[in-house]
Design a protein around this ligand. Structure first.
Ligand SMILES: [Zn+2]
Length: 263
């Protein structure tokens, strides 16, 4: 069975189940309005490069977007820039990128490379989900070599669970997230199997511009060619889904169950 979905946005009824039908390619569902999407990443670059296009598309279609970075990614500093200064450059780049896309940028204060997976970090993210009340959350896939990414995945899964738990009452009312997706990240590629493709052609140029605020995107911090990789990946994912450019997401296993009267 073909489990891939092809969508104009990343949420709810707008997702079209392909199930082998060619008519599922490329047409939006009538009468659906995209909801709010929250991208939760270990580092600001992950948020914009791997989740940013899906957020931009959600906003383009009338939804809303929030980027939450658990750290400011300061330890990715090149040798000629002090760590704290680089962190502030990352923060500024994120604020500019979000300004361009029409999204909100928020940050937690964990040190880069030392993001803890514990009750305190999970409750902080839970609180942020309850405050911003997104229908959709996108975060890191678990198959990562990077410990911050692994921990972010675990934190978000538990935070989504906590956020919807009526009987857990720190500061804000409970909120249930409808959809949880994992992003297509070169550092999180182990066993990543995408099943949902979102058309990003309308926002591809704007998303490229947003990413260009980051020194890392412009090749100023290391060997990896972020710009070439993610701009090409969008084209490759587009080839697989019948769009000019697309992002591929992996849905949480809990939302793949289908309840049907017949096949
Ligand atoms: Zn990262």
């Amino acid at each position: 069975m073909n489990r891939r979905s092809f969508a104009q946005s990343a949420g709810g009824a707008a997702i079209l189940s392909a199930l082998g039908s060619s008519s599922a390619w490329a047409q939006p569902t009538e009468g659906t309005k995209p909801g709010k999407i929250m991208a939760i990443a270990a580092h600001p670059g992950d948020a914009l490069f791997t989740m940013g296009a899906a957020v931009a598309q959600q906003i383009e279609l009338g939804g809303a977007g929030v980027f939450l970075s658990l750290s400011i990614g300061e330890k990715g500093a090149p040798k000629n820039i002090p760590v704290q200064q680089y962190g502030e450059m990352q923060r500024t780049a994120t604020q500019k990128a979000c300004g361009l896309l029409g999204a909100e940028a928020i940050f937690l204060q964990y040190p880069d490379a030392e993001i803890p997976f514990n009750e305190e970090s999970t409750l902080q993210v839970c609180d942020s989900i309850r405050e911003h009340r997104p229908e959709i959350v996108v975060t890191h896939w678990s198959g990562s070599w990077h410990k911050d990414h692994q921990n972010c995945h675990l934190i978000v899964r538990d935070a989504v669970f906590y956020a919807g738990l009526e009987t857990l009452s720190p500061s804000r009312p409970a909120h249930s997230v409808s959809k949880l997706f994992y992003a297509d990240n070169w550092e999180d590629a182990s066993n990543f199997v995408p099943d949902t493709y979102v058309n990003i052609e309308p926002v591809y140029g704007k998303w490229m511009q947003a990413c260009d605020f980051y020194p890392m995107w412009r090749g100023q911090t290391g060997f990896f060619r972020y710009n070439d990789y993610y701009s090409s990946l969008a084209v490759m994912r587009g080839c697989l889904s019948g769009f000019k450019q697309a992002v591929a997401l992996m849905s949480d296993s809990s939302q793949r169950t289908q309840r049907m009267q017949s096949l």
